[in-house]
Design a binder for this molecule. Sequence first.
Ligand code: PGA
Length: 264
Amino acid sequence: MKQTRHRKPVIAANWKMNKLIQEAVSFVAGFPKDPEPDQKIEVVICPPFTALQTVAEALRGTKIKLGAQNLYPKSQGAFTGEISPLMLKDVGCTYVILGHSERRHILGEQDTFINEKVQAALAHDLIPILCVGETLEERRQGQTETVCRSQLLGSLEGLDAEAVKKLVIAYEPVWAIGTGVNASAQDAEETIAYLRRVIAEKWGDEAAAAVRIQYGGSVKPQNIAEFMACANIDGALVGGASLESDSFYEIIQGARRGSERHEV
Ligand code: PGA
C-alpha cells in the first residue's frame, strides 16, 4: 500500500573536519539555492565550526538550514576550547549533530555526556540529530538492537514525549561510516523500525510516530532512493558524498524520487 509520508524527511550534510572557509564558499556557490522547491524534504548543511558564520551568510534567504557538529552542554563560562548552544544559535544554527560515532569512539563520549548535550540543545531550541549505531563486532555478535537501544535510552534519559517528538535520530552503523559499504535498505529499515518501537514503549505511540529517524553510512546518489522508499526511514545523514555540491544535490533528488515510492 502506498501512503503519503507524514514526517518531513531530513537530508543532512555532515562535512566533519573538512573544508576551509573558501572551500565552503565554493560549495554553496555551486549548490542550488532552492534544492527542494516543493519543501517536502528538509535540507541541512553541517560545516565545521570555523565555516559556520560564512555558510550562514551564504545560505541567508534560502530554505537550507544550518547545523553544527557538536556543542558543550553549558551556555557560557570557563570551558576553554568549547562551543556553547547559545553560540550556535547566535551564528544561525537550527540543528546540531550529537553522539556521532566518531565522537563516541575517537573522543570517548559516553551516553551520560551525550544526554547532557541533548538536553542543552533542546533548552536552547536547537534540534539534536542524535546518532546511534553498532560496531561490526557488535553486529557479528547479534547485539545490534541491544547496543542501539541502550545508546538511545541513555542519550535521551529524562526527556518527555514532547521533547522526543522534536528530535532527529540518525541510525548509523559504525561499520558503514566512510567505508563505502552501506547497510542494506532492508536491514536499516528493520533497525529503524525497532528504534521506533523502543520509543513507542517508553514515550508512547504519538512520539514514536512523530520522531524522524534517518539512516547514515555510505549514503550515495545511487542508494538514497532505496532507503527513502522504506516506511520508517526519514532521510539521511551524509558524510563523504555531501562534500561535493553535485553529489549532495543528486542525493536530494534521489531522496525525492525514493520518497514518492514510499510504501507502508
Ligand atoms: P559517510 O558518513 O556518509 O561518509 O559514511 C556518514 C556520517 O558519518 O555521518
